[in-house]
Design a protein around this ligand. Structure first.
Ligand code: ZN
Ligand code: ZN
Length: 292
């Protein structure tokens, strides 16, 4: 792939810096002019889970890693709410993510942690290549009509579902500014930084339980606010597995949702690495004396 020249992406940079400011302004306006409406927290709660889980279950484990197959309804839902998280189209997100796994910790890794916390967390989104993007490693996704439909209509879809709908629900509750500030903008900022932590903190904090040849780490603490993706050492070691938290008690709502949907036929062909392979990897790391 070679080194790609990059320049500042002003749209992304302004969006990432202005959404927290706009969220605070809208929340202040909401409290001053509408009086705090606790029901707006319910809008934020719904959209936080719907968009965050769409990234984890849809963008990440279904489309990027193909760790299971899903009914078109699930594909549609995760593409629509994934767009509402404002983290790019699934085509771009998955292409970046597959390059991350293939070239982890090198110059070609788009969110290479060796370039520091800020770069891996948010800096890499604030620049873009000087040439049009080619979305490498995404031939299979280009054949998926739903993925390409979402890619084509990403911007109107994300604005409508991610901002206009929560604002309208807020207006219906008598608090349009609350819907905008809490349900839309505040929630977007929260989902942004919790998912960004997977690229930053999850490559810095925790244990190297299964492999020490990459920087990814396992931590139940990061798992709590990354929809279960905090078991990142397991994930980078066994990326085809639909689970991230491999033990039954590991907090991994992504895993629980994918498994539950398989009982009603909405997901199938869930990929799992054998218990023996996982145990062997764990023992090898123990023998090496690697804990962190
Ligand atoms: Zn991954
Ligand atoms: Zn990673």
């Amino acid at each position: 792939m070679g080194k790609v020249l990059k320049r500042i992406d002003w749209t992304n940079s302004l969006f990432l810096t202005l959404t927290p400011v706009a969220a605070v302004a809208a929340v202040i306006g909401h409290v001053m002019y509408e009086g705090f409406n606790p029901w707006t927290l319910l809008i934020a709660f719904f959209f936080y889970w719907a968009t965050g889980m769409s990234i984890t279950v849809g963008y990440h484990r279904l489309f990027a890693h193909r760790s299971f197959e899903a009914h078109p309804i699930i594909q549609f839902f995760t593409l629509v709410f994934g767009a509402a998280s404002f983290e790019n189209s699934a085509l771009k997100w998955c292409s970046d993510h597959r390059v991350h796994h293939t070239h982890v910790d090198t110059e070609e890794d788009p969110y290479n942690i060796k370039k520091g916390f800020f770069w891996a967390h948010i800096g890499w989104i604030m620049v873009r290549p000087t040439k049009p993007e080619t979305y490498p490693m995404s031939a299979d996704l280009r054949r998926n009509k739903l993925v390409m439909w979402q890619h084509r209509y990403y911007l109107p879809l994300s604005i409508f579902v991610g901002i206009i709908v929560p604002t309208l629900i807020g207006a219906w509750m008598g608090s349009p500014l609350g819907g905008l500030g809490i349900g839309a903008l505040g929630r977007i900022v929260l989902v942004h930084h919790t998912t960004f932590f997977i690229n930053s903190l999850c490559h810095m904090v925790g244990d190297k339980t299964f492999n020490d040849e990459h920087t990814a780490r396992d931590s139940w603490i990061t798992a709590i606010f990354t929809f279960g993706e905090g078991y990142h050492n397991f994930h980078h070691t066994f990326q085809a597995d639909y689970r991230n938290g491999v033990r039954w008690y590991h907090f991994d709502p992504g895993k629980w949702v994918i498994k539950s949907m398989s009982w009603v036929g909405l997901t199938r062909k869930l990929k799992k690495v054998s218990d023996e392979t996982i145990a062997m990897a764990r023992i090898q790391m123990k023998d090496k004396g690697v804990h962190a």
